[in-house]
Design a protein around this ligand. Structure first.
Ligand code: G3P
Ligand code: CA
Length: 253
């Protein structure tokens, strides 16, 4: 694992701030990432979406509805149109806060002070965001400094990244219920991302034998803490956490 200074290398599990410090602020906003950075997490996790005019923004959902005061698909809006909307608390408060960040704005905010853990996806089932992403990461000189991990549920997307930037650290994600040890063994990516309920001692041991790291994500916030404690026993290598302090505490014991 590359630390924030990009100098030390250690094998303690990575604390990956899932959509920023979303426990305390609107997910996937610059403020949520700033709070996460201040807590000293290992990586800032973020999801990419592409606007109608091909710009990369940081947002999890395909549509604007849950986390912004806009409606409909992100891909139906140009970046300029998206500028008119604001992020919104997804809880009952529906509090409106700041603008929806572009990836460029995130990189402009943090430069090389953080590790980035960026999720790509296909757009309308086609490769679309990879070239733009690599271009931006190169512009900010983050790839040379080994500050970036790219994750995806799409093997095709990761293969494209590998073609464009062969030395980038890559993580293949498996959807809940679809994890296959056989498949994970066949792919040439150093990190395998698995939903927590699919993580067993055997899975972790077998992947470790093949030299792969296991990073765990959590779908259910209500059971996430107990799931984090359960997989801790198996010595997993990374936590996409929604509860940064909690994860740091269990790892410290
Ligand atoms: O990237 C790991 C995890 O974030 C995958 O699930 O839906 O939260 O992006 P999701
Ligand atoms: Ca994600």
């Amino acid at each position: 694992m590359v630390s924030q200074s990009a100098i030390e290398i250690d094998d303690t599990p990575r604390v990956i701030a899932h959509r920023g410090a979303n426990e305390w602020y609107n997910e996937s906003t610059i403020t949520a990432y700033q709070i996460a950075a201040e807590t000293g997490v290992d990586s800032l996790e973020m999801d990419l979406r592409m606007t109608k005019d091909g710009e990369l923004i940081v947002m999890h959902d395909e549509t604007m509805d849950r986390t912004t005061n806009g409606k409909g698909k992100v891909s139906d809006y140009t970046l300029e149109e998206i500028r008119a909307f604001r992020t919104m608390e997804s809880d009952d408060s529906k509090e409106i806060t700041e603008k929806i960040p572009t990836l460029k704005e995130i990189l402009e905010t943090f430069h090389d002070t953080q590790n980035y853990y960026i999720e790509t996806r296909l757009v309308d089932e086609k490769l679309a965001m990879e070239e733009k992403l690599i271009q931006l990461l190169e512009e900010y000189q983050l790839l040379d400094k080994e500050l970036v991990t790219i994750q995806s549920f799409s093997e095709e997307s990761l293969m494209k990244i590998k073609e464009l930037a062969p030395d980038t650290e890559l993580a293949l994600l498996f959807r809940k219920g679809s994890f296959s040890l056989e498949k994970a063994h066949t792919v040439d990516f150093p990190i395998i991302g698995i939903e927590s309920t699919d993580v067993t001692k055997k899975v972790v041991e077998e992947l470790h034998k093949k030299g792969k790291e296991v990073h765990v994500y959590f779908i259910n916030k209500k059971t996430q803490k107990e799931e984090q404690e359960r997989v801790l026993e198996y010595e997993v290598d990374g936590y996409f956490t929604d509860y940064i302090h909690f994860t740091k505490e269990i790892l410290a014991h």
